[in-house]
Design a protein around this ligand. Structure first.
Ligand SMILES: Cc1cc2nc3c(=O)[nH]c(=O)nc-3n(C[C@H](O)[C@H](O)[C@H](O)COP(=O)(O)OP(=O)(O)OC[C@H]3O[C@@H](n4cnc5c(N)ncnc54)[C@H](O)[C@@H]3O)c2cc1C
Length: 343
């Protein structure tokens, strides 16, 4: 008969959930991942892996292989004008999330992990167990519940019914391989955000999100920069500007987007999903306090939220654009900011 009690149930098989499951299985810990989608599944995302993200993924999932496109240069624009190109010390990688997330899930399964396709619709507790009800009608129980179920998390809603989901980001995929550098466009039209073009192996994705994202601004910007495509515009939430103000519990842990771990400056979330997933697993394996173990992640997310408010404050942003015309200064300042605001 199928087991109905599992030590740890992980809701969500994105990078946060699969990393957590992988680290638990490597430490011989009993766990199960539940995701509402069959994999491979689509996930709206620029697919940008910063150096710290791909270095961490390669370190945790030893020997992992996945397809990526390597980018070294970012072209920056402000108010429709080209301002500078920024060359990185270490490559950025872009991946297709459909394939990348599936590779991480296979790594988890290779380590002995199990995933079922079902949707968690209800969470309840009695004195010593957490119970989850699935859309199929199945009921399971666990000692630890991990919310890795993204920006619209049911686990987060259980801990904090009125939480704010973050900001909406719009994106289009374009099958055109003529653009090979990353592009970032700043504009007064965007409030605390930017338009990005991330090239990948099939073409590029173009997207935008800010505190008041809307379709008209997106369409207008695409026309202005000649980035139009017939493909459908899609939207999804990123938990930027999250206050991480839910109760931290020993037995119910939020990771990745569910925990609000996305960079408010850039929208980067994959690194924080992987890192918080690893920390959650280690906190269970070593009976350590997750909030303490994940403190560096929480601090960086909070600092980058403050930094983002400052960065888009008009005089500071004007100074940034001015410095972009002096790339040596820009590189120096960027290194300093990254040192101060990294883990
Ligand atoms: C448009 C856009 C562009 C982005 N670009 C980048 C980028 O270039 N680089 C970057 O680092 N980050 C980017 N991000 C952020 C990044 O996508 C997220 O931070 C990252 O996916 C978080 O991973 P996760 O594992 O926490 O959640 P997800 O990847 O969202 O996975 C959550 C999983 O939970 C499952 N699920 C949800 N609810 C339930 C339920 N009730 N029951 C069962 N399963 C459930 C879903 O099916 C899903 O598979 C972008 C986000 C958006 C929206």
């Amino acid at each position: 008969m199928e087991k109905t009690h599992i030590e740890t149930i992980i809701v969500g098989a994105g990078p946060a959930g699969t990393t957590c499951g992988y680290v638990l299985k490597k430490n011989n810990h009993d766990c199960l991942i539940i995701d509402r989608k069959d994999f491979p599944r689509d996930k709206l995302c620029g697919g940008g892996l910063t150096p710290k993200a791909h270095i961490l993924v390669d370190k945790i999932f030893e020997g992992i292989k996945y397809d990526y496109y390597s980018v070294n240069t970012i072209d920056m624009f402000s108010q429709k004008k080209y301002i500078c190109s920024y060359t990185l010390d270490t490559e950025l990688r872009t991946v297709t999330r459909r394939e990348f997330d599936n590779v991480l899930l296979r790594e988890y399964e290779k380590s002995g992990g199990r995933k079922i396709t079902d949707t968690v619709v209800k969470i309840e507790e009695n004195e010593d167990k957490i119970h989850v009800t699935l859309l199929s009608g199945k009921k399971l129980s666990c000692n630890f519940l991990i919310g890795a179920d993204g920006a619209n998390s049911i686990v987060r809603r259980y801990l904090q019914p009125e939480f704010k989901k973050g900001i909406v980001c719009l994106e289009k995929t374009v099958e055109d391989i003529s653009i090979r550098n990353m592009q970032v466009y700043f504009d007064k039209k965007f409030k605390n955000g930017y338009l990005y073009v991330f090239p990948n192996t099939n073409g590029y994705v173009v997207g935008y999100g800010d505190k008041r994202t809307n379709l008209q601004t997106f369409d207008k910007s695409l026309k202005e920069h000649n980035l139009m495509s017939e493909n459908k515009t899609k939207g999804a939430y990123i938990p930027m500007f999250d206050n991480i103000d839910y109760p931290f519990r020993k037995d119910i842990i939020l990771i990745g987007d569910a925990g609000g771990y996305a960079d408010s400056m850039t929208g980067e979330g994959i690194y924080f999903a992987v890192k918080s997933g690893q920390n959650a697993a280690l906190s269970i394996v070593h009976s350590q306090n997750f909030k303490l173990l994940n403190e560096d992640v929480i601090n960086v997310i909070r600092k980058r939220k403050k930094m983002s408010e400052l960065f888009f404050f008009a005089p500071v942003h004007g100074l940034f654009v001015y410095l972009c015309k002096k790339p040596k200064w820009l590189i120096r300042i960027n290194r300093k900011v990254n040192q101060a605001l990294s883990i």
